[in-house]
Design a protein around this ligand. Structure first.
Ligand code: ZN
Ligand code: ZN
Ligand code: FE
Length: 747
């Protein structure tokens, strides 16, 4: 007999780990104890040496689905305790916390079966969960992950639940949020006036929705507004009440079959839809239409991920509009009182419950490209799962960008990207951002010793980083926006060496103080050169041109020497341009999309960011193979001169070539441009690895074609799969660059 102490690090709490170990211990006939510590899980075991060794080998092989064992330390000790059985000890709080936190997990098949089984004691109970599913990140206040430190702390278990909780053979053995109708949270329904309505809350909500109402529904990480998806008048009412103009709505479909009625679903898309992450997946509409839901060719679809959603959808609806309940870009609402107050006049009813959401977390948004998951928004169901960055020393807080804010905190080799935060220009969003930074620092027990932010002097994330660096006497690194995009895609793909970065987005502050965004960089984490860009585009009226696409169209036409007669404000804009009055220049690819969309008559004034690009993609004729020749201005950086393209485009438009054909030719020209730039960059550098990042690569038309074209041309293209290509991914890149600079300066 020998005594073995085993320490496990990684995602080992809140994922059914202790029960799993308990069963394994019984199987191997060992005795001892297990306890959660703030740095993971600690086991004290006694048995024969060979058995103990076999047990240690079995641990990682048979660990639960969500567990991620990152380290196993074993120490044999000379003296025996003489355990009689195996016991789970109460958690100890420790100074040093290395534990990870599990993301929220969509309802599992076992719980789903019980939910719909009339003989089960949790039949139709909307908070059924087990060690394999249920709320995690959104209900955790602090570590260790034990019921009193979650929103479930105020619901003491009934004797039945208590029995399950302590029964090793039970699926709910040591499931912290375990509960039942007797002891757990309750769902209730309020009418438009916020008063509780007696009766079956879910049935009441369903009736209100069926009758055409808009009902606020409390989910895992915040409130949704739900209504029928099959009636354009209801969708229009929701848009009007929510002031959501034209942005696409997400749908919740009852199941994959229901999703298939509206959209094509590939096997990889089905796997992602039904995965425990349950993100919104952008699926291609079966046929054009459903414009009241989305003006794009795709629809954002998710499946029910909580038992409450299952019950709401289950017997009534194939698909519901399920849009985040927030007002004009403020963060998603997540508290009952707040929802009742702020959604007054918007919601006709409220399906709420008394389990508090501790941390708001929006739905994640993904696309599947070539069978690979492609994140656009990494949030609920993924956060706060870390990325591992071998060699990282930790202690860096990367503050991200501004409009799609996120941050990253590193602790040792783990980098923890935050959930989707939103646009910091909004006051509530900014305080949510600051609050989440503090929450992550407490949860992962790491105070930053180095801060990193964007180069943009006016980003609120820059202001945050500066103030904090000053207040706490911390060093601050500022990173150029597109370099950070490039580094994010490198880290996403585990690349360390130099490569070509094709970074196309709307706006980013350049090293020279001008606005960049159509960039081809060569470099690595340590630095970059700006190899190529676009010929600059004047933005008439600065930021106004970002919304008023017709201003960009005018500038493109004028620069290209095309006829601008008949444009209403031409004379005024001409004066501004001629005088250089409030006309900063931009090399943003997003601006070119905007301008072309306006020239083609697709959109003159955008109602949301990126709308020009979205509509061009939606308009493009997929079968069109035409393209326009490219022209360059030699120099450093090399500049793509888009003026000949604009002239051809205008000539073809005036010859009545349909907009769908022209939109496709424009996108095909960009594909040619991408390949041509990589060729030139490779000639200059000898590099074949190409990373694709920046918000313009959210475009499905480009992304379905570009990696293949690059491979055909002999390149090794790398796309995002773990963080978003848009500004949400920036914080990861910032962190990598700061880590590289710190390493270099110490050398
Ligand atoms: Zn379950
Ligand atoms: Zn109970
Ligand atoms: Fe960007």
């Amino acid at each position: 007999m020998e005594h073995l102490r085993i320490q496990l690090h990684g995602v080992v709490q809140g994922v059914g780990f202790r029960p799993f170990v308990h069963r394994l211990v019984s199987e191997y006939g060992l005795t001892g104890t297990i306890r959660n510590t703030s740095s993971g899980v600690e086991l004290e075991l006694e048995g024969e040496r060979a058995t103990l060794e076999a047990f240690v080998r079995a641990l990682p092989e048979r660990a639960p689905l969500l567990a991620l064992i990152e380290g196993i330390e074993t120490v044999y000790r000379p003296e025996l305790v003489g355990y009689q059985d195996f016991q789970i000890l109460t958690s100890l709080r420790e100074e040093k916390r290395n534990t990870l936190v599990s993301p929220d997990i969509g309802i599992c098949p076992d719980c789903l079966r019980e939910l719909l089984d009339p003989r089960d004691r949790r039949y139709r109970y909307p908070f059924i969960n087990c060690t394999n599913c249920g709320p995690r990140f959104t209900i955790i206040r602090d570590l260790p992950y034990d019921r009193p430190l979650t929103s479930m702390g105020r619901f003491p278990m009934c004797p039945d639940c208590e029995r399950e909780y302590h029964d090793i053979t039970n699926r709910r053995y040591h499931a912290q949020p375990d509960c039942c109708p007797v002891c757990g949270p309750q769902v209730f329904y309020c009418g438009a006036d916020g008063r509780r309505v007696p009766g079956d809350a879910i049935a009441l909500a369903r009736e209100a929705i069926r009758a055409g109402g808009i009902v606020a529904v409390k989910g895992l990480g915040g409130m949704h507004l739900a209504c029928r998806a099959d009636d354009p008048a209801i969708a229009a009412r929701l848009r009007q009440r929510k002031e959501r103009d034209e942005k696409p709505f997400a749908l919740m479909c009852r199941d994959v079959e229901a999703a298939r009625k509206l959209c094509a679903v590939s096997p990889a898309e089905e796997a992602l839809l039904t995965s425990y992450h349950r993100p919104i997946v952008l699926l291609k509409k079966k046929e054009p239409g459903l414009w009241h839901l989305s003006e794009n060719r795709s629809l954002g679809v998710m499946l029910p991920y909580t038992p409450l959603h299952v019950l709401l959808m289950g017997e009534g609806f194939d698909a519901l509009i399920m849009t985040s309940a927030n007002l004009s870009d403020t963060p998603i609402l997540y508290r009952n009182e707040e929802a009742l107050e702020k959604l007054r006049g918007i919601a006709d009813g409220f399906l709420l419950h008394d389990r508090d959401i501790q941390t708001r977390c929006d739905d994640s948004l993904y696309m599947v490209l070539d069978g690979q998951d492609y994140p656009l928004r990494r949030s609920r169901g993924y956060v706060p799962y870390p990325l591992r960055v071998p060699g990282s020393r930790g202690g860096i807080l990367a503050c991200g960008a501004e409009q799609k804010a996120s941050f990253c905190l590193s602790r040792g080799e783990f980098v923890f990207p935050s959930q989707h935060i939103g646009d910091l220009k909004n006051y509530e969003t900014l305080s949510h951002y600051e609050q989440q930074i503090r929450h992550f620092e407490r949860l992962f027990d790491r105070k930053p010793e180095l801060l990193v932010c964007d180069l943009h002097p006016d980003y609120l994330s820059t202001a945050y980083a500066r103030e904090r660096a000053e207040a706490e006497g911390l060093p601050l690194v500022q990173v150029q926006h597109h370099h950070a995009h490039m580094a994010a895609c490198m880290a996403d793909n585990g690349l360390n060496g130099p490569c070509v970065g094709l970074v196309w987005d709307g706006t980013g502050y350049g090293s020279d103080g001008t606005i960049w965004g159509g960039e081809c960089l060569i470099g690595d984490y340590r630095g970059f050169t700006r190899f190529a860009s676009l010929r600059s585009i004047p933005l008439i009226g600065g930021d106004r041109a970002v919304k008023e696409l017709e201003r960009v169209a005018f500038a493109l036409l004028r620069e290209a020497g095309c006829d601008t007669a008949g444009i209403p404000d031409a004379a005024h804009w001409e004066t501004m341009l001629a005088a250089g009055l409030n006309c900063p220049t931009s090399s943003g690819m997003g601006r070119l999309f905007d301008g072309v969309a306006a020239i083609l008559g697709i959109k003159a004034v955008a109602s949301y960011e990126g709308q020009g690009a979205v509509l061009l993609e939606a308009a493009a004729d997929e079968g069109e193979t035409g393209r326009w020749p490219l022209a360059f201005e030699e120099g450093a950086p090399l500049r793509w001169d888009w003026r000949p393209m604009i002239r051809t485009l205008v000539a073809e438009r005036d010859a009545d070539v349909p907009a769908a054909v022209l939109a496709a030719r424009f996108l095909n020209t960009l594909l040619d441009l991408a390949v041509a730039l990589c060729r030139r960059a490779a000639e200059a550098s000898g590099l074949r690895d190409v990373v694709l990042s920046g918000g313009s690569f959210q475009n499905r038309y480009l992304m379905e074609r570009l990696p293949g074209l690059l491979r055909d041309a002999g390149f090794c293209p790398h796309v995002h799969s773990r963080v978003s290509c848009n500004d949400e991914g920036i914080s990861l890149g910032q962190l990598m660059i700061a880590e590289a600079r710190r390493a270099r300066e110490r050398v």
